[in-house]
Each structure stands twice: as C-alpha cells, then as structure tokens.
Write a protein that binds this ligand. Structure first.
Ligand SMILES: [Mg+2]
Length: 297
C-alpha cells in the first residue's frame, strides 16, 4: 500500500460550502482515495487563508488545496508565494465569483473539482506583483471596480456590462475618472481614465472577445485595458461603440500586452485585486512574475 502524503485543505465556509452537508466528506474521501491525509482548516475572515498557509508551510505539506471563491484562491496563492512554498496548488471553486475557475475550465461541482485536482497535472501560471502584494488574474481600477467586488458570476460579460452602464449615463458628470500617468514598455500614457484593468485570464479575456490563442496564462504578459474619460457625449458614444464591437482601436479605448507598469495617480484611486478591495496609493508598481505558481488541473 502506498504511504500517505499530506494535504492541507483550506476551506472558506462562507462560500456556499454549508449548503451541501456531504460535500466536504466526499472531497476528503476523494483525497483519501489518492492516498492523501487531509488537514482541514476553515477560514473565518479575510487574511485567515494566508495565516493558515504560514502556519503550515513547514509541516511537509505535499499539496495545498483551497475551496472557496477567487478571493480565497488569490489569498492562498499570494501566501504561498510570500512564504516561498512552491508545490502544486489545487482549487475547488465554491464561491460566488469564480472567474478564474471558469478561465481554467474547472468543474463547478465540488466533488468533480476535487477529482480533477487529484488527477490533474501542475501547470505553471503567471501571477502579478502589485506593490508589496500579489494578484492572480485581475487588478482593476475605476468606475466599475466597486461593482466588481461583488459582481455576480452571471455578469459574465464585463465589457458588455461596462457598455451597458455607460449607456445609462446621460451626463458626463455622472462618470468619475482618475488622472493617471502610466509608464509601460517604454511608453507613457497620461489621461483621465474611467477604467483601467490588467488581467491574465480567459474569462475576463474572453469577455474582451479575445480568442484563446491570443491570451496565454503563462506567456509572461498581462493584458492592459485603458478607457479614457470622454470629453463630450459624442466621445462617450465612441467608447460604448468600441466596447460593443470589441474593437480597441479608438484612442479612448486602448488595449496592450504588458509585463510591467508603473502608475502614478495623485488621487489614490482604489483598486480591486481579484475582486478584493485594495487601498489606492499615489504610486503603483505592477509586474508579471512568470510561472510563479503551479496549479493542478
Ligand atoms: Mg498572459
């Protein structure tokens, strides 16, 4: 009989786990079938997943699997990176926001996802460094950031959603924008922006209507989308049209692939990192860390 290996299972019980009584048992049995002894730790509040990783990294853990939403995964990955734990990570999506899970085409049924984690191969994926922290698939800022903290999964089409919200604006005074100076790839973009997003995902990427061939989660590049503040209603119409048609050739809607950027924003606009709020700073440094994590799928 093979000897058991150790698996740390981090569960966010707020992420709809309690609804199905037997689901945790099923998952742990699946791990056991693959000869993993499971240590179960539940999170109670933001920061707990990170603490759990820190407390267990020295325990000769062979796998870390987390169950929750994208926020939980993001925290676990950030912590593994911070505490230099570099073994494969599994993700069982169970939260309200599972963009990243959708991006990786993970099963949404927890027991199936657990099986996928067990049978899956580790894939190296890029993550982003954001000042002192990390993000896994999206850092965004501006008009829609607040909404995206709790955007339900059914709002699959972010760009469509952006266009929809902008169409509802009858006056430009309803739109807040932030002055930013963005330095990337030897270029400087300076304008008032109503939305800025840096992402590495097919799901949001798919929303931008990029063919899978155009987006890679391990090419060392993230996709940057900049939407400038319109100066009049005509320009607002241009932006909406550009978003609707998903043609990013307008000077008001720019789309680039980047591996590093520095953003100055005197008004310290807040950011959303994988859906979690991050307090704005005057200067923000973002860089892709190529192949930083290994995800099992
Ligand atoms: Mg990429």
């Amino acid at each position: 009989m093979p000897s058991y290996k150790k698996l740390l299972f981090i569960v966010n019980p707020h992420a709809g786990v309690r609804k199905k009584e037997s689901v945790l048992t099923d998952i742990i049995l699946t791990f056991s079938d693959f000869y993993y002894e499971t240590i179960v730790c539940c999170t109670r509040e933001a920061g707990d997943a990170s603490r759990i990783v820190r407390e267990h990294v020295d325990d000769e853990i062979d796998r870390i699997v987390c169950m929750g939403g994208d926020g939980t995964l993001s925290e676990v990955i950030g912590a593994c990176r911070a505490y230099e734990w570099d073994k494969p990570i599994g993700y069982i999506p169970a939260g309200s926001t599972n963009d990243f899970a959708a991006s990786l085409k993970l099963p949404m049924e927890p027991a199936e996802a657990a099986e996928r984690v067990m049978r899956g191969k580790p894939h190296r994926l890029d993550i982003g460094r954001f000042n002192g922290g990390y993000f896994v698939y999206t850092a965004s800022c501006g008009l829609f950031t607040k909404a995206s903290y709790d955007t339900p999964q059914r709002t699959k089409n972010l760009i469509g959603h952006l266009a929809y919200v902008l169409e509802g604006m009858k006056e430009l005074t309803q739109i807040r924008s932030w002055h930013m100076r963005i330095m990337t790839e030897g270029r400087v973009y300076e304008d008032n922006y109503l939305f800025v997003s840096i992402c590495n995902t097919f799901s949001l990427g798919g929303v931008m209507n990029l063919e899978h061939a155009q987006v890679s989660l391990s090419d060392g590049l993230f996709e940057l989308l900049l939407i400038s503040m319109p100066r009049d209603l005509l320009q607002l119409r241009d932006i909406i049209q550009s978003l609707r048609e998903q043609k990013f050739e307008s000077p008001l809607v720019q789309f680039r692939k980047v591996d590093q950027l520095t953003i100055s924003c005197p008004d310290k606009a807040d950011w959303s990192l994988d859906g979690e709020k991050s307090e704005g700073k005057e200067k923000t440094e973002i860089a892709v860390i190529p192949g930083a994590v290994r995800i099992l799928y």
